[in-house]
Design a protein around this ligand. Structure first.
Ligand code: F6P
Length: 343
């Protein structure tokens, strides 16, 4: 078989581990493996891909990023973009393993519906694909947030300040919630559960009136300023796929300014940004990226196209791609309430 692998959307630590798993198993079985460069854009016009050989797949388990490159690409921009991708896949490959989040899986589903031999792999730092307890990159991001909070705690304590940490999380608050839980945040603000500036300030003021001399507030970048009781920033720069870059709304800065304005406490904002997506994956991400990559290869061998390996109850199972994008995986109330016990 001629198998293509592509990584699309934002990169995530653990992608290389998954590429390695698919590629090494396929090569061991005598198949040809091609790395498509830069996501869907590598399948527009002339295919941009290179043959992956065994040495290319050595030493990458621990490497962050993706050796295939990734681009946020709006397939509906070039006229007939999707059709070109469909034609290139069917003409050049017997199977394509596509690693990505909701946007990528939306395209993968469209292609699968039209007969493309596609298998997905769940990758999103935001952890918002439905039906899977595991998405490549999320665990590493949570570790980075947790470590950042450890560091913010010591400087917050020294200066008796309020520290606001803005994390990634476009539409959901998974990174903020799990990172905040691990790092002992004093308040976590996420899109799933709205709080106003006044409520945030009252919470911080209450802590200080009870004798605490500093507070740590974690805010997911995707929180709506209107939801906070402010003015929504309309638009913002395009992220390349036609969606707004939510980081441009600077929600962390807005929250910090309002806390200072409403309480008078000295407040600083830190934006972790792409640090959450960089560097070496955690052991957990290496292990589970290997699992889902290997399971994607099994699906290819069985010709189970339109499927995606997911993790449920600690086991890798298979779902249909449309299931993981049918709804958004939101932070459940009970998890948020667990965090709230310690605010
Ligand atoms: O999709 C994952 C994500 O990391 C989001 O949390 C974030 O909003 C976005 O990507 C940032 O993407 P970019 O690298 O295009 O700025």
């Amino acid at each position: 078989m001629r198998i293509g692998i592509l990584t699309a959307g934002g990169d995530a630590p653990g992608l290389n581990a998954a590429v390695r798993a698919v590629g090494r198993r396929a090569l061991a079985d005598g198949h040809e493996v091609w790395g498509v460069r830069n996501g869907w854009s590598g399948l527009i016009g002339e295919v941009d891909a290179f043959a992956l050989e065994r040495p290319d797949l050595a030493g990458i388990l621990t490497e962050g990023g993706t050796l295939l490159g990734s681009v946020r690409f709006n397939l509906d921009k070039p006229p007939g973009g999707r059709e070109q991708v469909l034609e290139n896949i069917t003409r050049h490959y017997d199977a394509v393993v596509t690693m990505g989040g909701d946007g990528t899986m939306g395209v993968a589903h469209w292609l699968a519906e039209r007969g493309a031999p596609i298998v997905g792999v769940p990758k999103t730092l935001d952890n918002d694909l439905a039906g899977t307890a595991y998405c490549i990159g999320f665990d590493t991001a949570v570790s980075i947030v947790s470590e950042a909070l450890d560091r913010l705690h010591t400087t917050a304590a020294s200066h008796h300040r309020v520290m606001v940490l803005e994390t990634m999380g476009r539409s959901t608050g998974w990174v903020a919630t799990m990172g905040g839980l691990a790092g002992g945040a004093d308040l976590i603000v996420i899109p799933e559960f709205e709080v106003t500036y006044e409520e945030i300030a009252a919470h911080v003021a209450r802590r200080h009136s009870e004798g605490r001399t500093f507070s740590i507030v974690v805010v997911a970048e995707g929180v709506s300023l209107q939801g906070l009781g402010g003015h929504d920033v309309l638009g913002g720069p395009d992220d390349g796929t036609g969606r707004v870059q939510v980081a441009s709304h600077n929600v962390g800065q807005h929250v910090a300014r309002q806390i200072h304005h409403l309480t008078g406490f000295e407040t600083r904002a830190t934006v972790l940004g792409h640090v959450q997506r960089g560097g070496s994956p955690t052991a957990y991400d290496r292990i589970w990226a290997t699992h889902v990559g290997s399971a994607a290869y099994d699906a290819v061998c069985e010709g189970d196209f339109g499927s995606i390996p997911v993790v449920c109850d600690g086991r890798v199972m298979r779902a249909r791609i449309e299931q993981v994008i049918a709804e958004r995986h939101l932070v459940p109330r009970e998890l948020w309430e667990l965090c709230a016990h310690f605010f």
